[in-house]
Design a protein around this ligand. Structure first.
Ligand code: GDP
Ligand code: MG
Length: 477
């Protein structure tokens, strides 16, 4: 029998264990073998390193790894400095966290009367009698009352790991041995866009890179200004909310999103992200009135936006576009006011039916943006709606041919390179964050910051060259 642990989660466990490729062999499953300490020991003793995986009815997956063989005796703690607790899913969403051991001398407890036990009284204990099944649920009599005693709980409480219940639908123990797995067919296919290993480390590195982002020195810019442009309902506000949620650690809704025929956002709103330390990140995502066939912002206004002429919180009025005489119009904008990266936001499910008028409008905007040398990207939203596999698991996005086709189409539509088309799935109906959604959005944001950086560098060099030229002219006089 094969277990329930998917390739993706084996990849993550392998990375956490950190000593090269691993194979996972199912030794024990309570749905198959019964939930009983005796059977657990019969199946799992003397098998070397193992990983214990618990699955509950709320869609949470968590457990622990130990590098030491299980034994019946001696009924006391065993030293294991490589042991860790972990979670892989919470409430149906991908949530990858490793909780390393702080006191290795109390990492595991071996006892003939108990199932797997980790930590002191107890970070995680599973069961200590025979447990009968009720329906498809096993009410384990262990607990996580001591979560954080021996393992570093990273400040999290058990509510966010096991939903504060020891009811499970399955508990599996896998033997972990060195060796390359023969991966399932889907994984053998190569992705259409290659990115680094999709795991917790990559996630943390991405986040750190974005937190540490600083505009190019000497460019006189204090933060990157990213302008989002696109039809109503494309997901501009939702993208900001998604990024904000990632850095706040919970779902947030600072930008109002929803459906309405005309644009919900009628002003020019620069959004900044504040992280838990109180620091503000060095970029702004600017939300605008949507592009509409007749109403919405027009090309001239967009030109002003790109040049930094339009004041913050300016209310667009489709019947009366802004002019240099309008109150607040910034006639002498600095490099800081300028837009450093323009992002066309397009709903991937509407690519086929986008009206030619809107496409023409976007192409017109692209022309202006090009002239100014401002880098342009396409944010292709709602890719979850294109492909079932992606809807179930966003980390499959670069393996999905439907998403790939959509990226190709978007790239052709606006005449931008494929690499500039960034597929995303925004939070829209979720109650909890999902690490895979986060990774994909952070990838898109990082690309926006890289492009802004390129533009700032060009701006800085241009300024320098202009000054040199002017110096020359003065000398010649
Ligand atoms: N399934 C799905 N829905 C999305 C996504 N992004 C946005 N939405 C939904 O699309 C609608 C319009 O989004 P909104 O952010 O208000 O678009 P805006 O007009 O461009 O600001 C809202 O109902 C969102 O919940 C996505 O990536 N996936
Ligand atoms: Mg909006």
């Amino acid at each position: 029998m094969e277990g329930k642990l998917t390739e993706k989660y084996m990849d993550q466990l392998e990375q956490w264990i950190g000593t090269g490729p691993k194979t996972f062999t199912l030794l024990y499953a309570i749905t198959r073998d019964g939930c009983d300490p005796k059977t657990f020991h019969q199946k799992c003793n003397n098998q070397g390193a193992t990983v214990t995986v618990l699955y509950n009815q709320h869609g949470s997956v968590y457990g622990a790894y130990t590098s030491v063989s299980w034994q019946e005796n001696p009924g006391r703690y065993i030293y294991d400095d490589k042991a860790f607790l972990y979670q892989l899913m919470f409430n149906e969403s991908c949530k990858m966290n490793k909780f390393p051991v702080n006191q290795p001398d109390k990492a595991v407890a071996h006892n003939s009367n108990c199932g797997p036990i980790f930590g002191e009284s107890y970070d995680l204990s599973t069961f200590h009698t025979n447990i009968n099944r009720s329906g498809n649920i096993f009410r384990l009599n262990g607990n996580m009352a001591g979560f954080g005693n021996v393992f570093n709980n990273k400040g999290m409480n058990t509510g966010k790991i096991n939903n504060d219940t020891m009811e499970v639908t399955e508990l599996e123990v896998y033997m972990v041995t060195d060796g390359q797995r023969t991966k399932k067919k889907e994984k053998k296919l190569s992705p259409w866009r290659k990115i680094k290993d999709w795991n917790e480390k990559f996630y943390n590195d991405l986040k750190e890179e974005i937190v540490n982002f600083k505009p190019i020195q000497g460019s006189n810019v204090s933060e990157a200004r990213i302008l989002m442009l696109g039809p109503v309902g494309a997901g501009k506000s939702s993208f900001f909310n998604t990024i904000d949620s990632i850095f706040r650690g919970r779902i947030t809704q600072r930008a109002s999103s929803g459906s309405s025929e005309h644009s919900l956002t009628t002003a020019f709103v620069p959004y900044s992200i504040e992280i838990s330390s109180g620091a503000t990140l060095n970029f702004q995502l600017c939300d605008t009135r949507g592009l509409e066939e007749t109403m919405g912002i027009d090309v001239l206004e967009c030109n002003y936006l790109l040049d930094g002429n339009i004041p913050y919180y300016y209310e667009f009025n489709p019947t009366r576009p802004i002019t240099p005489e309008s109150p607040g119009f910034k006639s002498d904008p600095t490099g800081n006011d300028k837009v450093h990266c323009a992002v066309f936001v397009i709903d991937s499910t509407t690519l086929e039916v986008l009206s030619t008028k809107i496409v023409e409008k976007m192409k017109g905007l692209r022309g202006h943006t090009n002239q100014k040398g401002i880098p342009q990207l396409i944010l292709l939203t709602k890719v979850d709606k294109l492909c079932n596999d992606v809807q179930k698991d966003v980390s499959q996005v670069f393996y999905s041919s439907k998403v790939e086709q959509s990226v190709d189409k978007a790239s052709q539509l606006l005449g931008l390179p494929r690499a500039n088309v960034l597929p995303v799935k925004n939070y829209e109906n979720e109650a909890e964050l999902d690490d895979n959604v986060d990774i994909l959005s952070l990838l898109a944001l990082r690309k926006m910051l890289h492009c802004s950086e390129d533009f700032m560098l060009n701006m800085k060099h241009r300024e320098k060259n202009v000054q040199v030229e002017m110096g020359k002219l003065k000398l010649e006089k």
